[in-house]
Design a protein around this ligand. Sequence first.
Ligand code: UDP
Length: 233
Amino acid sequence: MNPRRVLLKLSGEALAGSSKTGYEEATVKEVARQVKISVDAGVQLGIVIGGGNFWRGRTSNAIDRTKADQIGMLATIMNCIYVSEIFRNAGMDTRILTPFECGSMTELFSKDRANQYFKEGKVVFFAGGTGHPYFSTDTGIALRAIEMDADCILLAKAIDGVYDSDPKVNPNAVKYDEISIDEVIEKQLGVIDLTASIMCMENKMPLAVFSLNEKDGIANAMQGKINGTIVTA
Ligand code: UDP
């Protein structure tokens, strides 16, 4: 892999570091340091961030799912505004695009606009997921990666790759260096949710899964050095 345009997914929890909620500035600054190496070298980078450090659609049974998901989508926008500012502080130029209007806080997503920003060397944040309830930021990143003709999706996770079973439960779980998306779906390995997996399969979008805790893991992945698992499409 030697990607020219990549979409990187960070979970909301990844931003929270040891505090589990909100933001841990040092953690996000470290992400910025790592991505800047490739951005400076000309890699076009899109970022999708989850919302789990604040809220998930399924957080409460007392709230209508659509409304709960709206809160989740807004959480992803807060996260993108935060990370975008840390990236700017690290010397990168950024733009935040959302699938719905957020006044002057973000800009409305369009493929042309995103392409223009990529051409200008800006890091593009795809915030607010798909803009629809009952979806996830997994689906959001699959959709944007396909729409934007990205070379691949990079998933920085708490786990260091795709295993044949849950290594927390099964000490003999085996990590795949490479696996096809068809097999991920068939074996329900849960790399990304099923809707997103099927979109990647149908549109031949490869993924790479690696650990956020690996030293220089993001920098390596952006340079095509995957120490986790490559998911072929
Ligand atoms: N969400 C949504 N539509 C989208 C993307 C996200 O409704 O297209 C909501 C959903 O409630 C989700 C939350 O935003 O739980 C945070 O997104 P994330 O993908 O991080 O959810 P998680 O996998 O952490 O539940």
